[in-house]
Write a new protein. Structure first.
Lengths: 140, 139
């Protein structure tokens, strides 16, 4: 797989472990009947790490790797600049959105994080668009 | 496709149906006068969908399609892969039963089952990451 895909996938695996760890802590808290303030303050990070950091990031990395490469000029995997921009922006956004609830008046930071994630999604979509082609081998 | 992947995918399909059915029963509990356990299954329904369906499908397909570990052991350690599968699904099934029951009867011992479920699923996530890490390689 290309280098950028390896970075996407490895980072996704890191978020999987951290996100599952936070989820296990929250579930154990529920089972034990305790409500540690920090655990519940980290619940938004649990969601963000697993939905965006793990799932979205893994899909982006694997798509850049396995989508068809024929007919794409200059680089078989599309634009390296757009791919790396998507990686950096997505992870900056995930971290901002996750940290924001822990800070006083963190709402603007969370909004900034979401805006950066949108930029990551746009860079990814523009880069992948040309690789979505029919194979001619299937009726559906 | 390896047998473990087939198990992952077939279970993921069952989780998809079960999760959507659970969601429908939770929504219909009050209007249809169904048992209260269905109303208490909200977080369980979300996790059946996100862990059982989406994550289970990803674990299974990644185990099958990621670059080979080595010519001798193309998918890495069989024991680790089977343990990850068992912990993920065992932990999720424990949660599916224990979470609504714990919410309805908080002091009946279901809390300990939830803790066991948390540990099992955490170990599954760790096991998957450890198993896949060496298979993520640049070329």
């Amino acid at each position: 797989m290309p280098r950028v895909s390896a970075w996407f996938v490895r980072t996704a695996l890191g978020y999987l472990v951290v996100g599952f760890s936070l989820g296990a802590w929250l579930l154990a808290e529920k089972g034990l009947g305790s409500r540690t303030a920090l655990a519940w303050a980290l619940r938004p990070a649990h969601l963000e790490f697993l939905l965006i950091g793990w799932l979205v990031q893994l899909v982006m990395g694997v798509a850049l790797w396995i989508f068809p490469r024929f007919g794409v000029p200059r680089s078989a995997y599309g634009s390296a600049g757009l791919a790396w921009s998507a990686f950096v922006l997505l992870n900056a956004g995930v971290l901002l959105v996750s940290v924001a609830p822990l800070l006083p008046a963190g709402a603007p930071l969370a909004a900034l994080g979401r805006a950066i994630e949108i930029a990551a999604a746009a860079a990814f979509a523009v880069n992948l668009w040309g690789r979505v082609r029919p194979s001619g081998l299937s009726d559906i | 496709m390896p047998p473990l992947t087939r198990w992952y995918i077939k279970l993921a399909l069952l989780y998809l149906v079960a999760a959507l059915l659970g969601g429908a029963l939770a929504a219909a509990q009050r209007p249809l006068g169904l048992p209260a356990v269905w109303a208490a299954s909200g977080p369980t329904y979300i996790h059946l969908l996100v862990v059982g369906w989406i994550t289970g499908m990803i674990f299974g397909v990644a185990y099958w399609m990621f670059p080979k570990h080595s010519p001798e052991r193309p998918r890495g350690s069989n024991a680790l892969a089977i343990a990850t599968f068992a912990l993920l699904h065992g932990g999720l099934l424990l949660r599916a039963v224990a979470e609504p029951m714990h919410q309805l009867q908080p002091s009946s011992g279901w809390g300990a089952v939830l803790v066991a479920s948390a540990v099992a699923q955490w170990l599954a996530g760790l096991g998957f990451a450890v198993a896949m890490w060496p298979r993520v390689r640049e070329r």
